[in-house]
Design a protein around this ligand. Structure first.
Ligand code: SAM
Length: 281
């Protein structure tokens, strides 16, 4: 799974070197320089095919969640929790409109790799950043509170690049725990994918062509969310009033081509939803 965090960082590095970039992620550039060989599978010819299919998707998703966090802080959230943060650089690269305490939760190997990248290489963050080592299937709320998280304050929650990797039950547990820790006026954003959304002609064809050690197999073996419930309704059950956007909507908003893997105008493509909203009053 750490390798998927690297692959996403490499997509953010490619965006960063564009003159018309949607954001500037120096940690992503440093990550690609440091990770070198570990990124080899993703830069193979099959990795390249996947990259072409994803198009600008990771850049669009990153910018969408950047905007979500800015809005959440503007609207009064002073705590941010980034679940499964991986190599997320928002603590460092966003200019926070108000004083913010930002918690990043991930596994110890990922967070210590990130520490090595950050140390001495990137400017100090404009918020108070706390890295929380925890497994999201275990008592992460305890670990978060032990580090100073206050459940009485409105919080902005970010779940990016995680939901599809959790089983339906693990996803339920995660959403229940987030709900318990969310004061009124909290905000929530998630990238939502499920097996049903990826069981497409394109994915089947890519898997049929792939050898066992291919990046497509690596990815497909990690997808576990078997829920078929409408994600907006699922979140409503957990106390969130949200709006869902497809990759094609974001492409229009940010002036980029629709990512081919999620282009509704092409046959057999997948779906992914970028969803955000606030606590139901
Ligand atoms: N959110 C980041 C982003 O979009 O760049 C990272 C996404 S990466 C695809 C998935 C991350 O989830 C990895 O950093 C991995 O370590 C973390 N992760 C997966 N399962 C986890 C678990 N059970 N507990 C903690 N972290 C987990």
């Amino acid at each position: 799974m750490g390798s998927t965090a690297l692959a996403v960082a490499s997509a953010r590095a490619l965006e960063t070197i564009r003159p018309d970039r949607l954001f500037d992620d120096q940690i992503a550039l440093q990550t690609v320089a440091a990770a070198g060989a570990q990124l080899a599978a993703w830069s193979s010819s099959r990795g390249e095919l996947l990259r072409l299919a994803m198009g600008d998707y990771f850049a669009l998703r990153t910018r969408y969640f950047d905007d979500f966090l800015r809005d959440a802080v503007d609207s009064g959230c002073r705590q941010v929790v980034v679940l499964a943060a991986g190599l997320d650089a928002r603590a460092f690269r966003l200019s926070w409109p108000a004083p913010v305490r930002l918690f990043e939760i991930d596994r110890s190997d990922v967070l210590s790799f990130k520490d090595r990248i950050i140390t001495g290489r990137v400017p100090t963050p404009g918020c108070v950043r706390t890295a929380v080592v925890a497994d999201l299937r275990e008592d992460w709320p305890g670990a978060l509170r032990a580090q100073g998280f206050d459940p009485l304050l409105p919080t902005a929650w970010l779940v990016e690049g995680l939901m599809v990797y959790l089983t339906e039950q693990e996803g339920e547990d995660l959403l229940t725990r987030i709900g318990t820790l969310s004061a009124p006026s909290s905000r929530f954003a998630v990238e939502y994918g499920s097996l049903a959304m990826f069981q497409t002609e394109q994915a089947r064809a890519a898997l049929a062509d792939a050898t066992d050690d291919d990046v497509m197999h690596t990815l497909a073996s990690l997808w576990r969310n078997e829920s078929t419930e409408d994600p907006v309704l699922r979140l409503a059950r957990h106390g969130w009033s949200t709006v869902s956007h497809e990759a094609a909507d974001l492409a229009r908003t940010y002036g980029r081509p629709v990512p081919p893997a999620f282009d509704p105008a092409l046959p057999g493509t997948g779906r992914i939803s970028l969803i955000s909203g606030s606590r139901t009053p």
